[in-house]
Design a protein around this ligand. Sequence first.
Ligand code: APR
Length: 340
Amino acid sequence: MKAAVFHGSDAGIRFEDVPIPEIGSHEILVKVAACGVCHTDLHYIEHGVPTFKKPPVILGHEASGVVEGVGIEVTAFVAGARVLIPAVLTCGKCMFCRMGRENICSDMTMLGNHINGAYAEYVAVPAKDVLHLPESIPLEEASIIADAISTPYHAVKNRAQVRPGDTVVIFGCGGVGINAVQLATASGGYVIAVDINDSKLAWASEFGAVKTINASKVERVSKEVKKLTGGGADIAIEVIGNPRTIEEAFECVRFGGRLCVVGYTHEKISIVAGKIMFKEIEVVGSLGCRPLDYKPLIRMVESGAIDVKRQVTHRFGLDELDKAFAAMKEGVSLRSIVVP
Ligand code: APR
């Protein structure tokens, strides 16, 4: 089969012929319909973040497809079924899985990181993690549910806990952030979107933001947010992964409010600790989503509350992955998918 194989940050990605993966008794083989192109892949390719599986490894963790083959113990799927593959596969045995917090599983397996991923024609995955996709959802665009939508779903619903009428400031309106905008709006939030790219902000308005702030054109975002909300937002969600914007998001939160950090950075942040105490601000992190969140989320896509089609702005062949990353870096794409 054809695959985009990552050979480490020095050698990059090569388009190659590799064997179709063999499946174990509890696994299924999925013919990939599409795989979303995520910023996380750029961390491996350009920023030296190591993959758990030593390269060569096939990246790509946001995939949908059609079942091609099933292991002898698999009963839940038959060949031809339309499926979504979650980005993270859980062990189901550790303390966190048993607490119902599988998204922080201590033995998690991430597609395109611990094991070969879906920038390929086929991928093998454990059947227990895979979800059926209804006919009414477009198969290729549905791939982005696996991360770009599921991650902000958990953030908005379970961690930020957006309620109707809440003022919610969202930092970053890229592939993940735009869905935080969409989901916070669907939850009844009054959304203020923040970005440095005007076209991202225009998209944010299309996806429900009531107000937008271009961070590069104001002195302090927190000052603007305080003006718009009369003292600070109920909730701030950071979906960039920049220490400075995490700090600024914190400054946007009112007394008794909540900051939810979705963006990843390995750097330190600086926040006056007394403000957390004196203002009773909750600071929470949010990682991926739990298996039980997928069904209601897929229902939201089915009902139209979440639009997948409109946000896939670019599609590329497997051998054009570099173009997808270029579009991401230039900020011209909202979400790109690779269609093998
Ligand atoms: N202020 C405001 N917006 C910014 C800033 C800034 N200083 N810097 C970048 N942005 C905006 C970009 O313009 C872009 O719209 O943040 C957005 C980032 O979007 P993407 O590059 O598409 O990244 P995405 O895939 O959404 O991931 C964002 O979430 O899950 C995590 O690991 C992921 O840390 C990453 C984050």
